[in-house]
Design a protein around this ligand. Structure first.
Ligand SMILES: O=C(O)[C@H](O)[C@@H](O)[C@H](O)[C@H](O)COP(=O)(O)O
Length: 258
């Protein structure tokens, strides 16, 4: 199961891996995720993983195959969402449903360690509730706080990026980009439907120990090219002490000047 990037670049703290195709991205992403799972499980007895919606979930499919399906210590995983649409958990727009159907239902992560939003609340209520859940998990020792910023520090965030450069539900030009205090907030006018969502804020994203940003296909090539030049897309506001790796296929990298 080898998949070597056809190109490796670095931009500041960010490492950019470009693969021949989405299949190779998926193979390499599984390898990184399994390695980090082993590292954090060995070091701390748990692994805190944050998922996004979109095509990311399909790109995690290699974790459902040998050797990872049986070798990963799934019992130690704690799963969160970087953003979630405020819809019932069985709604086709739900990121929980997308992840459950495509990934979580196929691996033995204890259900009490999968932290979905409370879908009976308003957006504001659901954001408050999710933030309270994270604070409770800090008190019980599941989550740690960044010693530099005091925001919760997740072991791995698996993120996608939209064609406009958004990550999580943090969209270009939106006032939420400037949120400095909240851990989780809400948006009722998301330009990407559905409009009502909750989302982690940049201080939480930036406290991560590792971020894997997975972008495949030609739709985001313009945003990839822009983000990897000096410019101002939300995705560029990621700046962390940990590791930030872009996983691109050749299509997503097709507008890069290199
Ligand atoms: O709830 C959401 O809409 C997602 O979490 C969102 O932030 C997604 O990650 C990007 O829009 C990329 O989506 P694609 O991978 O489908 O392009």
């Amino acid at each position: 199961m080898a998949s070597t990037p056809i190109k490796k670049l670095s931009k500041g703290i960010q490492e950019v891996l470009i693969f021949k195709n989405e299949e190779d991205v998926s193979v390499s992403l599984a390898k990184l995720t399994a390695e980090l799972s082993e590292k954090y499980t060995n070091d701390k007895g748990k692994f805190t993983v944050v998922l996004s919606g979109g095509t990311l979930i399909d790109s995690l499919r290699k974790l459902l195959e040998a050797p990872y399906k049986d070798s990963v210590n799934w019992a130690k995983w704690h799963v969160f969402w970087v953003d979630e649409r405020v819809v019932p958990k069985n709604h086709p727009d739900s990121n929980y449903k997308l992840a459950y159907d495509g990934f979580l239902s196929k691996v033995p992560i204890p259900s009490g360690q999968v932290y979905a939003i409370n879908d009976s609340l308003s957006a504001e209520g659901a954001a408050d509730d999710y933030e309270a859940c994270l604070k409770h998990l800090v008190n019980t020792g599941v989550l740690e706080l960044s010693t530099t910023t005091g925001f919760p520090k997740f072991d791995l965030m698996l993120l996608g990026m939209g064609p406009d450069g958004h990550i999580a539900s943090l969209f270009p030009g939106h006032p939420l980009l400037k949120e400095k205090h909240r851990w989780v907030t809400y948006i009722t006018n998301s330009p990407k439907p559905p409009p009502v969502r909750i989302t982690f804020t940049f201080p939480v994203i930036n406290a991560s120990a590792n971020i894997a940003l997975v972008v495949t296909g030609p739709g985001e090539a313009g945003a990839v090219a822009k983000a990897l030049r000096p410019d101002h897309l939300p995705v560029e506001m990621v700046s962390l002490d940990g590791e930030f790796t872009w996983f691109l296929d050749k299509d997503a990298a097709s507008k890069l000047p290199y």
